[in-house]
Write a protein that binds this ligand. Sequence first.
Ligand SMILES: C[S@@+](CC[C@H](N)C(=O)[O-])C[C@H]1O[C@@H](n2cnc3c(N)ncnc32)[C@H](O)[C@@H]1O
Length: 214
Amino acid sequence: MFESKNKYFGRKKGKSFVRLKRFQDELKQPTNAIFKRIKIPRVLEIGIGDGEKISKDAKDHPNTNFIGCDIFADGVLRAIRNSLENNLKNLLVFHSNIQEILPSVPNNYFHGIRVFFPDPWPKARHKKRRTFNISLVGELSEKLKKNGFIHFATDHSDYFLDALILMKESNYRMDNIGPDSWKYNEYNALNTKFEKKALDKNHKLFYFSVLKNY
Ligand SMILES: C[S@@+](CC[C@H](N)C(=O)[O-])C[C@H]1O[C@@H](n2cnc3c(N)ncnc32)[C@H](O)[C@@H]1O
């Protein structure tokens, strides 16, 4: 991982790291030059977890360019492995905190931003550690194109409500959002590792997709 000034509290390596570390040489540092080379449309995923969802989506949607990041090494290296094995030219992942990446990204750049099951930090005293907060949303809004989407999912109702309020206060368009749209169903299902874990625990799941209006 590249040296980070930003504090991060989660897990940085897992059990598969030893198997995957041979892909470390393929890691790239986020630079303005790299971002300028990526063609449209571009979708950012923050916190790719095990790296499988972004790899599958890149394979299934070859005309969309997927850019992902995570501080957890295993998933980033797995996405690199998947990308090499499947010769995916439309997938680029960084072993970085999102805050380290955004300064290199031009404004009005992404067509969409995905945040799936971010670490919930459920204890009141830890809430300030949540990634999807007012400061990040301010920065993301600069990087998102007009009419670009933010797609968010969580199994924590208070994180969901806080995120939705943040979207409203940040003037995002929230067409057709209501109890029918935010619950788990075949259209909302994302099939990520943490979605499956939450389903196994019988948690309620919440989803929204909103559009930048300006
Ligand atoms: C609970 S996991 C969810 C992973 C995946 N999205 C899923 O649904 O299975 C949250 C992930 O976000 C990553 N993460 C947390 N804060 C981050 C940040 N500031 N920048 C990049 N990734 C972050 C964590 O390392 C972790 O892999």
